[in-house]
Ligand binder design. Sequence first.
Ligand SMILES: [Zn+2]
Length: 717
Amino acid sequence: MAHDPLRVPAKDLLPMEAEIEHRRLADEVAEHDRRYHQEDAPTISDAEYDALRRRLDEIEAAFPHLRARVTQAVGAAPSGKFAKVRHSVPMLSLGNVFSVEEAEEFVARVRRFLDWPADRELAITAEPKIDGLSLSLRYENRRLVSAATRGDGAEGEDVTANVRAVLASTGIPDVLPADAPTIAEVRGEIYLSHADFQAINARQAEIGGKIFANPRNAAAGSLRQIDPKVTASRPLRFFAYAWGEMGTMPSMTQTGMVEAFARWGFPVNPLMKRCADVAALIEHYRLIERERPIIGYDIDGVVYKVDDLALQGRLGFVARAPRWAVAHKFAAEKAITRLNAIDIQVGRTGALTPVAKLEPITVGGVVVSNATLHNPDEIARLDVRVGDFVVVQRAGDVIPQVVEVVQDRPRGVEPYAFPTICPCPLKTPVIREETSSGAEGAVRRCSGEFACPHQRMEHLRHFVSRRAFDIEGLGEKQIAFFFECPVEALRIREPADIFTLEARNDAQNLQKIENFEGFGKTSVSNLFAAINARRTIALERFIFALGIRHVGETTAKLLARAAGEWPAFEAMARRIAADETEAIAELQAIDQIGPSVTEALGEFFGRTDAVAMVDRLVAQLVILPAEKPRGESPVTGKTVVFTGSLERMTRDEAKARAESLGAKVAGSVSKKTDLVVAGPGAGSKLDKATELGVKVISEDEWLALIAPAAGPDTAGG
Ligand SMILES: [Zn+2]
């Protein structure tokens, strides 16, 4: 067993014993990896897993020839897909700003958060934002051991073999120099130059291959080749600018880190600059903007990062985006085209979204034929009519939008009349909902709820989407098929139907699925294996999959953590639906959860059809309790109230830090409060705490309490 204290040290094993134990451990680790990554259903604790891994590493260190055997076996796996890799430190996504004013506001916000005096220098780096594919390179004992794509930030694809094939063109070192730490994860962007991109497309045209839309797609397509030999033929390049796990930090500044990467042999961007103030930052932004047409590769903005890593640690994160960095995007690209029609799409929450159907046009290298018109108010504001010539704008990955009607061309005659009934067969009246303040909202909704087939269908699509249940072989196309399946017993009309499909049908019926169009490659047994693999699901994924309005991934995670387990979540949601003020206040005390979320939760769980649908679904599943926040701390799970003035940090920073350690920060003292941190001038809250016998500590005592858990965050991005 992994914890046997009598176990022989690895170096004292006989070769035969080492081989046997190594094989057993490797199989065991592989099996736990599979359960963890593919099924989200680990059967052992992280500590137990780590112990297994450690023993495996010890044996491999003592008997290096065993390592080679495992690596070969893995590399030879003829899978048509890439294995998943969980990033030891998540790969970040950055917030965006689109103007100089917003960029200045970013710096001002950082200063406010840190309470940084106006006359004190706050250095910020500026570097081009490469429009490529993010990559994380892991070095152990200074050797490249794995390369992974960003994926969803938490988990990416293992592209080690392909990266190994392009070490020469990318300049990614295979071995790091002796002064690099034992564990080093270096991150950056894989990209293609304009010239190489054109050459690849010319070559593809010659051989009748796929033509890539832009250099980023070409870089991604080249890296994610099944055959590393194809990747090797593509002249990919790389810039290093961030890091994940780092054994020892070579520097405590952003600039110093990138300098270290350069010393270790990584290509780094020559346009990165440390700027002492906002003026210098904006000046450098302008310089990069001017260089853009001649730089030779695609960039879509400038990334700003607070240079001092200790300050980065203090600033922390909002959801997945760091407070200490932002991407300043270049102005959007625009084009003029004709508006051929306005389509109405019904979303999963019933919102009617007008979509502009355009005469196809190229905007910033991508062909655009649809653009959003947001809502009826926007249509009225633009006075856009079918037949008009319109300005279409596209910025980065944002959905293209119609921003203006061109007035000097013939205009459409009729103003656009927004439909008053849903395009669904129910023909239910469209309602204009009120906002929380009681004013009329801009969004129109179909009032049919789950009776509206459009909403049901969108709800199912969301349910099976990648970040929700992610059932292999059951994507949008298959859902659309099952929704209207000619064999009635095979129909899927709500999420629970997916999990009862097999039991509801006899073998003969199920066999019919294979004959339907679009199921050629998915065998029935594979489909049900994929469905059954998802019968166990993490609470946060489950909450997200329910498709409740205003409950996105981040909110779902916050709700899951607050509740811990499904029954507690359900009880809480029902109390909110019953309008219990205490339950509502408790949830709203969580940072980033406001009235829109509690209202949407209350509305959803107040509907008998929705609750019945959820009950039928839950009966089919095992819902795992929420993950605990990273690293337990003395304040994890505690409810804390800050009062009076704090002297060592701003209120925002105190709150953010407490929450990052798993504490709940409340605005008022009640009998549920565990701890009150009181600074000078504390008034009624302090009195209340004394009255209720709640523990009160000073700011210094608070800092001492959380000190051991609050190390600098090494994430970059
Ligand atoms: Zn409808």
